[in-house]
Write a protein that binds this ligand. Structure first.
Ligand code: ATP
Length: 345
């Protein structure tokens, strides 16, 4: 296959399996976000792809060519680290041109290419500035421009935006995505921020305990998580323990949920339902009931916490759908069966 292929990649540090049998195929031009909690192995996997760590086992292929033993500097990948690693004694243009300089590209060509790269990241005219005079967001762009100097086959970024404040970070997510689309470069970004991953990625790779839990499009991951780890990690979800209801839906704490069935022979399972797929109705209008324990009005949305026989269920509504319930009221919970996911674990 053309693109990046990881075949059975594992990386052990002593007794720790930081990456555990990872298989992944990434077609050329894809924007991948590797997502997962701290310690799940995402940085180790990125460093292994980059050639900064040698895998304990497995193979890394690019367009069918085995890169596993190729040293990092010969892989022609562009990398941006959280620390950025800009050279403080070089100006902006020299930083961007550095990879060209060490490849022996002539001075005039270096300057021309640096200008083009800086224009690409909206820093046209900044070449002569000292790096120390740039804002955090501008430094970020210089690091990105430098990583793209050699037109890399693969663009790898480790938590590139985590040092930025929330607003700048969101703006940079959109810019990075647009830049990637313009260049068509296969890009892998490590992040622990699920919103960031959902904003930028074609392919979200959710990792947990060194393994890929699910690799799919953002919508697929959100709508059809394969297990409770993914469901819980991506956005907020309600995880409800249910039992088979004999053709009438499933039994849940607080009543029954119609329209949902378990697999043949399955007697119990976990149901994942997003808060926006649960609607509050007057008591008696749905076969599942609970008592409102807390209401959080966030302006743009209203979260209602309902205690259903000891299980907390959260429903989110827009202010337009505002139901006039109060804390202490008994309410009915209507779940959209299409939006309920019966999880394997
Ligand atoms: P974070 O988001 O906190 O950076 P991560 O998902 O990127 O976490 P890794 O840094 O890849 O996780 O670490 C995965 C596991 O491997 C952790 O248990 C970590 O302690 C271990 N590990 C990583 N690097 C080394 C190393 N050089 N030596 C020993 N153990 C390591």
């Amino acid at each position: 296959m053309s693109g990046l292929v990881l075949e059975g990649i594992s990386k052990r540090f002593g007794g720790v399996a930081a990456v555990d049998h990872v298989d992944l195929a990434v077609p050329n031009g894809t924007f991948v976000c590797m997502l997962g909690p701290s310690g799940c192995g995402k940085t180790t996997l990125l460093r292994t792809i980059a050639g900064l760590e040698e895998p304990t086992s497995g193979r890394i292929l690019i367009d069918g060519k085995d890169m596993t033993r190729v040293p990092a500097h010969r892989r022609d990948f562009g990398m941006v680290f959280q620390s950025l690693a800009l050279f403080p004694h070089l100006n902006v243009g020299e930083n961007v041109a550095y990879p060209l300089r060490i490849r022996g590209v002539g001075r005039a060509e270096q300057a021309k290419r640096a200008e083009e790269l800086l224009a690409l990241v909206d820093l046209g005219g900044y070449a002569g500035r000292p790096v120390s005079q740039l804002s955090g967001g501008q430094r970020q762009r210089v690091a990105i421009a430098r990583a793209l100097a050699l037109s890399p086959k693969l663009f790898l970024l480790d938590e590139p935006l985590s040092a930025l404040d929330a607003k700048l970070r969101e703006a940079m997510q959109v810019e990075l995505r647009k830049l990637q689309q313009r260049l068509g470069v296969t890009t892998i970004v490590v992040t622990h921020d699920q919103r960031e991953a959902m904003t930028m990625a074609d392919l979200v790779v959710v990792m947990g305990q060194g393994r890929i839990q699910q690799a799919a499009s953002p919508v697929e991951i959100y709508r059809r998580p394969v297990n409770s780890f993914v469901a819980d990690f991506i956005g907020s979800t309600n995880l409800i323990a249910v039992r088979s209801g004999g053709g009438q839906g499933v039994e849940a704490p607080g009543g029954t949920i119609p329209g949902v069935s378990l697999a043949p022979g399955q007697t119990q399972a976990t149901l994942s339902v997003r808060p926006e797929d649960i609607h509050l109705v007057p008591a008696g209008e749905a076969p599942l009931t609970g008592r409102i324990s807390f209401i959080r009005d966030l302006g743009a949305s209203i979260e209602t916490f309902v205690d259903a026989d000891g299980t907390q269920i959260v429903a989110v509504a827009s202010p337009r759908e505002r139901a006039h319930f109060r804390v202490g009221d008994t309410v009915g919970l209507r779940l959209d069966p299409e939006a309920c996911r019966v999880l394997a674990s």
